[in-house]
Write a protein that binds this ligand. Structure first.
Ligand code: HEM
Length: 259
């Protein structure tokens, strides 16, 4: 039976589907619906607004040049908590939306054990039981969940100030708020690298909402098997043989293609 969260999510997805489009071409698979993409980009927008306004407030000697974007120092200070609240709000909805696919499974423990082979690129495909999200993505997701809780609690304490919460709590909140920002920023750098240059073909999952079949059988083989009913390893070998055959039959064309 569908839970209240699933019903809420399903209604939101249906509503958003009429506001945008997800075009899936031949040889592609649908990855993220309009609702998920909308939430993701709202989180990213407010995350960076909070980050840049925060930099200007907490390290003014280094990032003074950020504050004019927000209308000056006092306005950046006034807007920063609101950017944070919107970021946490949209990520809260994203959390409900992704709760199920982000649950830890034995396949994730297996993925972690194979981490060295995956990172070194020795293995062409990720472990065959890698589903919709891999363990690395799940770990980052839960790190952001914890980060959002820390931001929210410490942010409210800093916002209300020492008169309401006392100077000790405010001092601790400063440290936790900044540590959380540094951890999350480090993670987001890795995330942006992997979503663009690191794993080519990923970015379109969050723009058009669709990915190529080779992307799916390479990075998420179990999800590929689930949605197509085909064996990811067989599909990969078939594509590799076809490419090799095309190169041997027409070497001049392969030269042109590789230019
Ligand atoms: C310009 C910056 C960003 C880019 C280019 C980007 C790109 C992407 C892409 C392409 C995906 C889909 C991956 C997949 O389907 O496997 C994704 C997923 C995700 N994004 Fe972002 N993103 C950005 C910023 C952010 C920010 C600021 C946050 C949160 C604070 C965030 C949190 C997530 C999470 C939790 C996922 C799901 C798990 C994952 O793929 O890691 N993203 N992002």
């Amino acid at each position: 039976m569908a839970t209240a969260i699933e019903r809420f999510d399903e209604r939101a997805r249906r509503r958003f589907e009429s506001l945008g489009r997800t075009v899936v071409y031949v040889g592609e698979l649908r990855r993220h619906p309009v609702y998920t993409r909308f939430l993701h980009w709202m989180v990213a927008l407010f995350f960076f607004l909070a980050l840049f306004s925060g930099f200007g407030i907490y390290l003014p000697w280094l990032f003074r040049w950020f504050t004019p974007i927000f209308g000056g120092g006092p306005l950046a200070r006034a807007l920063h908590p609101w950017f944070g609240i919107f970021c946490v709000f949209f990520f809260g909805l994203q959390m409900l939306n992704w709760l199920k696919p982000m649950m830890w499974t034995p396949a994730d423990t297996n993925w972690m054990r194979n981490l060295r082979g995956i990172v070194s690129g020795k293995e062409k495909l990720e472990p065959p039981d890698t589903g919709f999200f891999n363990a690395g993505q799940k770990l980052q997701f839960w790190e952001i969940v914890i980060g959002c809780v820390v931001f929210l609690i410490t942010g409210i304490i800093l916002w209300a100030g020492a008169r309401t919460f006392g100077s000790t709590l405010v001092a601790i909140s400063y440290v936790l708020h900044d540590v959380s920002a540094i951890v999350m920023l480090g993670g987001i750098f890795v995330h942006i690298y992997l979503s663009t240059i690191g794993e080519p073909g990923t970015f379109q999952a969050m723009t058009r909402g669709a990915v190529s079949e080779p992307w799916a059988w390479t990075f998420h083989p179990a999800w590929y098997r689930e949605v197509t009913g085909r064996d990811p390893r067989e599909s990969y070998e078939k594509a590799r043989e076809e490419t090799e055959r095309a190169v041997t039959q027409n070497p001049s064309e392969s030269k042109l293609r590789s230019k």
